[in-house]
Design a protein around this ligand. Structure first.
Ligand code: MN3
Length: 266
């Protein structure tokens, strides 16, 4: 199989295509090419394969499972803002763990996965659906985080998004201050967000744990997430220890605003 023919650039994808459905063998092959700057998932025409995140070869696999897309850059690409070991553990252990547990939760739920995407799943999750809530959120949140980080530094928002940010927050600097404040003051573990809220306005919010603004039945301020920063200690503690504010400032210097703008259209 020619991997190149089945790949498209990750940054061209919308959340509609976020549920990565592909053969497990293909995924492993793709994951191995992540450092070369490729790619992502062939979404149509995939058939069942031997996917089994539990490693138990005896349990039958569902035809479709959520998969973790390749990172798209090297673990050390964000040095010194985010160190390579943090990136590797965060992507390979923490995020991968959410994906595996989400797949287990999906199997346990008996829900149909036919046509399901994370975007369509998250708004349906109720307060008491703990496994789906934690791991569906964990998968979505981290995928957004990897996609919007920009090795080599920040590009500024441009066009309509820039104009609207200035109109909403007063200036780009005031947006950064509001976002950093939300991230710094999120008690314990969680995320700070730039969202488009239910009224269609830009807004800075934060959520605890792995909750996501698409979880309409759960979060205080639902909306479409455009940008999110992970303020769990696992995202920064090796390099920054208790200096969460320094990590947030570094994060804000490594944003791909074209991806943020594309998230707005998803
Ligand atoms: Mn994390």
């Amino acid at each position: 199989m020619d991997v190149q023919e089945d790949c498209i650039d990750v940054h061209t994808l919308t959340w509609k295509t976020h549920l990565c459905i592909m053969k497990k063998r293909t995924f492993i092959k793709l994951a191995g090419t992540a450092g070369a700057g490729l790619l992502f998932a062939p979404l149509a025409g995939c058939t069942n394969e031997e996917s089994n995140d539990s490693g138990n070869t005896e349990s039958p696999a569902r035809p479709f499972l959520f998969l973790q897309e390749p990172l798209g850059y090297e673990f050390d690409a964000l040095e010194p803002a985010i160190d390579a070991m943090t990136m590797e553990i965060h992507y390979s252990k923490h995020h991968a763990g959410y994906v595996n547990k989400l797949n287990r939760a999906m199997r346990a739920s008996g829900m149909s996965t036919d046509g399901l995407t994370l975007e369509s799943l998250l708004p349906t999750i109720a307060l008491d659906q703990t496994a789906l809530r934690q791991n569906g959120g964990g998968h979505f949140n981290h995928t957004l985080y990897w996609r919007t980080l920009e090795p080599g530094g920040a590009s500024e928002p441009s066009g309509d998004l820039r104009d609207e940010m200035v109109e909403t927050f007063g200036s780009l600097e005031e947006f950064q201050a509001a976002f950093a404040q939300a991230a710094a003051t999120r008690f314990g573990s969680g995320w700070a967000w730039l969202i488009r809220n239910a009224e269609g306005k830009l807004e800075v919010t934060s959520t605890p744990n792995q909750d996501n603004p698409l979880m309409h039945k759960i979060v205080e301020t639902p909306g479409q997430p455009l940008l999110g920063v992970d303020v769990w200690e696992h995202a920064y503690y090796l390099n920054y220890q208790n200096r969460r504010k320094d990590y947030i400032a570094a994060f804000l210097q490594h944003i791909n605003w074209d991806v943020v703008a594309a998230n707005d259209l998803a």
